[in-house]
Design a protein around this ligand. Structure first.
Ligand code: IMP
Length: 193
């Protein structure tokens, strides 16, 4: 029988990716919606790790079982690793498409296009807290293309590929992304604890 994990998020794109990656390992993912939790959990910290921990701690007394929380972001070397931990709130006046276009424009004459997606996952199991942080490296695309995925996927070309996540099959993203690497570490932890 599959084991169940509560994921502390209201973001349905994340729930979908966690489900797709965790199901083959024998885990079912519940979202906050599934348990009727409607409150927002704020990301008030300055590190991915602290935001991920805050998410699981907010649910400690609400759910009795394995709880995971994540925080992720996009780091661009030429922009001093911005937007980083503030990725969800970067250029809030723009739609995500306009934001991606603005980033491509900013990097128009830049040779160093290196960037990374980051994912930290915190897990609370049997009163024990565990955390991981993982990066998936790539380069910023020269144009905004494709519709697969979400957020900055249309401008992130993973190392070893010549297309952004938004044009690659989602099974590829689910193997090599920051989230996939962090989930792999999580599964190792859960299987050995
Ligand atoms: P948070 O983890 O909810 O704080 O999200 C941070 C932001 O980073 C998201 O709103 C997205 O814009 C971006 N982000 C995180 N993971 C991904 C991803 O897998 N693809 C594209 N953008 C992402």
């Amino acid at each position: 029988m599959n084991k169940t994990i509560l994921l502390a998020t209201h973001n349905h794109n994340k729930v979908k990716e966690f489900q797709e990656i965790l199901q083959p390992y024998g885990y079912d993912v519940l979202s906050l919606k599934d348990i009727g939790y409607n409150k927002e959990i704020k990301e008030e910290h300055t590190t991915y790790k602290d935001n991920a921990i805050a998410k699981v701690e907010a649910l400690e007394h609400v759910y009795d079982g394995i709880i995971i929380g994540d925080d992720s972001g996009f780091e661009i070397a030429a922009l001093n690793f911005q937007p980083g931990v503030y990725s969800a709130r970067f250029m809030p006046e723009y739609s995500i498409k306009e934001r991606n276009q603005a980033i491509v424009e900013k990097l128009k004459n830049e040779d160093d296009r290196s960037c990374a997606f980051v994912c930290s996952i915190a897990c609370l199991k049997d009163d024990k807290l565990w955390v991981t942080i993982n990066r998936s490296f790539g380069t910023v695309a020269k144009e905004v293309e494709g519709t697969n995925g979400f957020g900055y996927d249309p401008i992130f070309i993973p190392l070893g590929y010549d297309k952004p996540f938004s044009l690659l099959d989602r099974s590829i993203k689910n193997k090599i992304s920051h989230r996939a690497l962090a989930i792999e570490a999580l599964v190792q932890y859960l299987e050995n604890s």
